[in-house]
Design a protein around this ligand. Structure first.
Ligand code: PMP
Length: 373
């Protein structure tokens, strides 16, 4: 007897489509029989992991027959000191994605709603829908706005009702690279009912240079409904290790602790993160590379009259003036992997991760060739 397995899946899951990651270098090289391709598609750190993190992992390797510390004691202590918060505020996750998922699993269910912006990070709709809750998507800023396609906090606030249990704000947002300033964000959080959790996703925090860009962690004491997420995947160069964390009132952390898997963060990830946190030189190098890379791309796009979304993160979106999918495919044939973002309703844009200067130049040269510039 055959049976329609899809109809057996829970309601929310039936309508989901899998998250599409950036194409791995190995896959492209296998498919095209080429070498030396460059991947600037998943907002990874092109300087690689911190050498101190690599050393720490090598020293830890012989101990992997043991389970990791399920409470992440050493790393939580270090993060608590680093951020000036009690360690009871911290929840470690298998990437910050896991924290987003824990929020949904612990606080959403059918009949409840989550609010986020159009063009916001793709994992928000997935985690909301997977638990059968309803997503309310607010209109984003207009293309003419100083933060084109960015979050419109008033539009988000307008969707909040007594059914809204979670609001997600990515600051800065992926894929737009736009951000919201401290005064507006603080007022927005203060305007929410205490029964609505607000998640400020700061995956790209360490890259941002803008003077009035806020650190939402400093509002934790003021707002017991606030969750801030951070990650080791971006500036710390540990995307493959899968480690991120949430900061919140200890009452919320205690709820996450009930639903997370007992050993959700592996031991190599924990020791790598601890070492990476202390490697301030690597962070500074990565930040400097990003700052000059953003200038390199912005100048290249401006001089070619290509529209782009001003970004403060480690990626930038460029308008290629036509359906970007074909440009993406032509760039693949040049050995360059970037990210088309039609799934974010920005079909004429490509998102490019900021890399090392020579990598960025390679992308710009390939774009010139493909676009006939
Ligand atoms: N938030 C945003 C805005 C992101 O862009 C990403 C990564 N693409 C994440 C969260 C999750 O990253 P990770 O799970 O690697 O920490």
């Amino acid at each position: 007897m055959t049976c329609d397995i899809i109809s057996l899946a829970v309601t929310g899951v039936r309508g989901l489509t899998p998250y599409e990651p950036g194409k791995p270098v190995e896959e492209l090289e296998r498919e095209l029989g080429i070498r030396d391709s460059v991947k600037l598609a998943s907002n990874e750190n092109s300087l690689g992991p911190s050498p101190r993190a690599l050393g720490a992992m090598r020293r830890e390797l012989g101990k992997v027959s043991y389970y990791p510390d399920g409470n992440g004691f050493a790393l939580k202590q270090a993060l608590a000191t680093y951020h000036g918060v009690p360690s009871t505020c911290i929840t470690l996750g298998n990437g910050s994605n896991e924290i987003l998922e824990l929020v949904a699993r612990a606080f959403l269910q059918p009949g409840l709603e989550a609010v986020f912006s159009k063009h916001a990070f793709a994992v928000y709709p997935v985690v909301v829908q997977a638990v059968g809750a309803t997503a309310r998507v607010a209109p984003a800023n207009s293309p003419e706005h100083a933060m084109p396609y960015g979050h419109d906090l008033n539009a988000l606030a307008a969707l909040v009702t007594d059914k809204t249990r979670v609001v997600f704000v990515a600051n800065p947002n992926n894929p737009t690279g736009t951000w919201v300033n401290g005064t507006s964000l603080c007022d927005f959080i203060g305007s929410l009912p205490p029964t609505t959790l607000v998640v400020i996703d700061e995956a790209y925090f360490e890259y941002v240079e803008a003077p009035d860009y806020p650190n939402a962690i400093r509002w934790l004491e003021r707002f017991p409904n606030l969750v801030v997420t951070r990650t080791f995947s971006k500036i710390y160069g540990l995307a493959g290790m899968r480690i991120g964390y949430g900061l919140s009132h200890p009452h919320i952390a205690e709820i996450f602790n009930r639903v997370r898997q007992p050993f959700n963060v592996n031991s190599l990830a924990q020791c790598a993160a601890l070492a990476a946190l202390q490697d301030t030189a690597h962070v500074a190098r990565s930040r400097a590379m990003n700052e000059s890379g953003l200038v390199q791309y912005s100048q290249a796009f401006a001089s070619r009259q290509l529209g782009f979304i001003p970004s403060v993160a480690n990626f930038i979106c460029v308008n290629v003036g036509r359906t970007a999918l074909s440009v993406y495919q032509a760039l693949l044939r040049e050995g360059v992997i970037v990210r088309p973002i039609a799934s974010y309703e920005l079909p004429e844009y490509l998102r490019i991760t900021i890399g090392r200067e020579e990598q960025n130049q390679r992308v710009i040269d390939a774009l010139d060739k493909v676009l006939g510039l």
